[in-house]
Structure formats: C-alpha cells, structure tokens
Design a protein around this ligand. Structure first.
Ligand code: ADP
Length: 427
C-alpha cells in the first residue's frame, strides 16, 4: 500500500520535536470509548475468575437472559438494545447480583466487556416502582459519564416507564426542601454527597443498591475517594454494593476494600495478546499511526494529506464530540488512516485495524523509557478475530533501536528489520 512507502519517506524525521506532549484525563478517555463503541468486546479465551469471601454465596452462570427472572419490561429493553445473550462477565455477574439476599461484588474487566449493562440491569431489577423515593444510587466519576450511563439506563427501561431517573450533577440546584422522588439517582460523588448528607433531599438509608462505576477513574480524581466513602458510611448495612473497575491495580483494590464488605470478587482475565499473530498474510484494512506529540501528529497528517491520502487525526485539542466524529468516520471507512498521539491512542478501540505504525514508540512519562504495556495494547489492536496484523516501528536513532531490543527481550520475540528502501519487501 502506498501509505507504507509514504510513511517510510517521512521516517527521516525532521527535527520538529519539542515538549508539547499532551495530558488527557482517564475520564475523557473512558467517555470517548463509550461514545465510539458499538458492540461488545468479547473473546472466547477470556476466563472469569471468582473469589468468594463467603463460601455460601451463590455461584452459577447463566447462558440466557430469560433464566434471570427479570422484569418483563427490562428484558424487552435489552433485546431492543440488540443483546441476545449475556456477555462473558455478565454470565457470572448477573446471577450473583440478582440473587437474594443481595451480595456485594467487586467486578473488574476491560472496558467494553459489558459491565455497565450488567449493573444497570441488576440495579433496575431491584427497583420497587410503587414506592416514590430513591432506591438506587449510581456514582460516576464525571458529569459526562453520569449522563452517558443515564442514557443507557433510560433506554434499557424504556418499556418500564414507571422507573424514574434523577441526575444529581453539576448544574442541578439542590435545596433543603427539594425532595427527590425518582427511583434511580445518577450522579457524581460530591454532588450526591451534598444531596444526601447536606441538604437531605432523600433518605440515604432507604437506598437498596449503591453502584460505584469506573472506580479506577474515580480514584484518579481528587476528593472522589473520600466522598464515596462518606456516602457508603451513611448507607444502611443491608444496602447492596456493586463496585466496578476496568483495572485491578493495588490502589483500586485498596479503595474497594474500604467500600465493599464481604464481596464476591469477579475478574475477567484479559486475553494474552502475543506478538505471535503479527506477521503473516496481511490484507490491508485500516492503519493507525501513533506519534509522541501533537506537533509530530499534525506535521505527519499534513504531509500525508499533501500526498493525496485521506487521513484522520485525533489529538487532545479536539473536543470529545470532535474526537468521537473522527473515530466514527474512521470506523466507517471514510478515512483508512488515523493518526493519533500516544495519549489519545488509549481512548480508541477499533477492531478492523490491521496495521499499526509506531511512528514513535510509546514512552513511559516517568521512566522516559519504553512503555511495554502500552506497546502491547497498541499492537494488540491489530489482527483481531483471527485476522493477521502487522506492526511497524520506525527507528530513527540509536535510542529507539535500544528500545526495540528491550521489547524483543521483554517479550522473547524477534522483531525483524525492514529496510525502508526495500519497497518490494515492504509491500
Ligand atoms: P463496559 O461497561 O464494560 O465498558 P458496556 O456495558 O458499556 O461495557 O458494553 C459495551 C458495549 O457492548 C455497549 O455498546 C453495550 O451496548 C454492548 N453490550 C453490553 N452487553 C451486551 C450483550 N450482552 N450483548 C450485546 N451487546 C452488549
């Protein structure tokens, strides 16, 4: 494909770097993922690991939504959303969350695996719509994420209109005498804490289900951890707690322990992505190109566009809406090449990518050295669903070459050298 050649041509990088590395917060990346995703991320080889504090708690998995005795309207809602069967994590999480007496859970799986749908379904199923007060409290890290989750919830409940929703987020005025009567509250920790504890807009002791969504993003924000703990401390002791996170780092689990008593812990283990499927027969589908800085990304985009390629670019300068549009255009095939900065790259999940070009290798900001995890995450995008993929790393200095050697050592795989001038081999 002409692109590879072009990229090789510009691989003699001009000295156009400076330190305009961008910063982007986890919540924004998470929102982008949600806005651009249109289907479940599943892999047959994923394994679910369950750890129970209480050996008496139920443990069985389901293969269909019918087995769960869900309210009719909710079942209709999820079918309308296009769900035919539970995802891998839902198979295990749903029966545990829906069983009685209620069980607390900590669930961790990659984003896109069906966590949001799981907690919405289980918490909505617990609403008694004959009682006009809040029973479900869903905490999200940001205003945007709360609204996004609410949209999914309202869609899911569209055939059960008796369930009412209230957003307790920035911009909503709270007073001592504004009583909330809706069944489900969606909000951010600070605002919900004000509504519950400061203005007493609802009786927090009547909450039956507390959901902590995106806990890993939550702890990233100053204050959210303490606010969540204060909310939890005000709940009645039989309130069910559902704690969800995309990652399983020490800090997240520490936070989980402070919030969730006697939990069943469920983890969907990530598929081992290896370099093994990188080389092989290759049908060029779409291409990601990663650059370290905005400036490099803009420069490369310009260069490729001038050469007549239709190229999309995504950097932190764009609004979330603009980024979403760029990703959707790319997914729809309007552009076959997407250039992203290293940080933005983490917000993108596109399945049909077969070639990943690391114009710059991913660098860990603290160690200033190769970032193994991001590297694997990136190249793991290629070759999904049995297709083969290709990753190309541009080498422009002794330092980059050393990082490639580290990659080879770390993964015990050889990365073969391609000569930029050997066009036959490149193609
Ligand atoms: P997470 O919260 O883990 O990021 P979501 O619940 O948002 O994942 O699900 C990811 C995508 O998959 C969404 O587009 C959602 O509508 C869809 N999805 C979730 N569960 C199912 C299912 N059982 N069948 C089909 N699609 C599903």
């Amino acid at each position: 494909d002409g692109l590879v050649k072009k990229v090789e041509e510009v691989s003699l990088k001009e000295d156009n770097r400076d330190d305009d590395d961008e910063t982007v917060d986890l919540a924004t990346l998470s929102l982008m993922r949600k806005l651009t995703r249109n289907r479940i991320l599943e892999s047959k080889s994923n394994e679910v690991e369950v750890t129970r504090a209480n050996p008496n708690s139920p443990l069985h998995s389901v293969k269909s939504f019918e087995e769960l005795n869900l309210p009719e309207g909710l079942l209709k809602g999820i079918y309308e959303m296009g769900f035919s069967a539970p995802s891998k994590i839902q198979e295990t999480v749903l029966p545990i969350l829906l069983s009685n007496p209620p069980t607390n859970i900590i669930a961790q799986s990659q984003s896109g695996t069906g966590k949001t749908a799981a907690f919405l379904l289980s918490s909505l199923a617990r609403v008694d719509d004959s009682l006009n007060y809040p029973q479900v409290l869903i905490l999200s890290p940001t205003y945007e994420l709360a609204l996004q989750t609410g949209q999914v919830a309202e869609f899911m409940a569209k055939h059960k209109k008796t369930i009412k929703f209230k957003y307790v987020v920035r911009g909503v005025e709270l007073h001592r005498d504004s009583q909330i009567q809706e069944h489900v509250i969606l909000g951010t920790p600070g605002k919900v804490m004000d509504a519950a504890l400061r203005y007493r807009c609802f009786d927090i002791r009547k909450i039956r289900v507390l959901v902590l969504d995106e806990a890993d993003v939550m702890i990233d924000t100053q204050g959210h951890r303490n606010q969540s703990i204060r909310i939890k401390n005000a709940l009645s002791s039989n309130c069910q707690i559902m704690f969800f996170s995309a990652t399983y780092e020490g800090a997240v689990m520490e936070f989980a322990e402070q919030i969730v008593k006697d939990p069943v812990i469920i983890r969907l283990k990530k598929e081992e992505e290896t370099l093994a499927n990188l080389f092989g027969t290759l049908t060029i589908g779409q291409v990601f190109i990663f650059c370290q800085t905005k400036k490099a990304a803009a420069w490369l985009t310009d260069k490729l566009r001038k050469d007549g390629h239709s190229v999309g670019i995504i950097t932190g300068d764009l609004t979330v809406e603009e980024r979403t549009e760029v990703i959707n255009r790319f997914r729809d095939g309007v552009e076959r090449v997407l250039i992203a900065t290293n940080l933005m790259a983490r917000g993108i999940d596109v399945d049909q990518v077969t070639v990943v070009i690391n114009y710059d290798l991913p660098i860990d900001i603290t160690t200033k050295d190769i970032d193994f995890e991001t590297y694997l995450h990136r190249i793991g995008r290629t070759g999904r669903f049995g297709k083969s993929g290709l990753a190309i790393n541009m080498v422009d200095s002794q330092r980059t070459l050393e990082m490639i050697k580290k990659l080879e050592q770390h993964y015990g795989r050889e990365i073969s050298m391609l000569d930029a001038n050997d066009l036959d081999r490149l193609e």
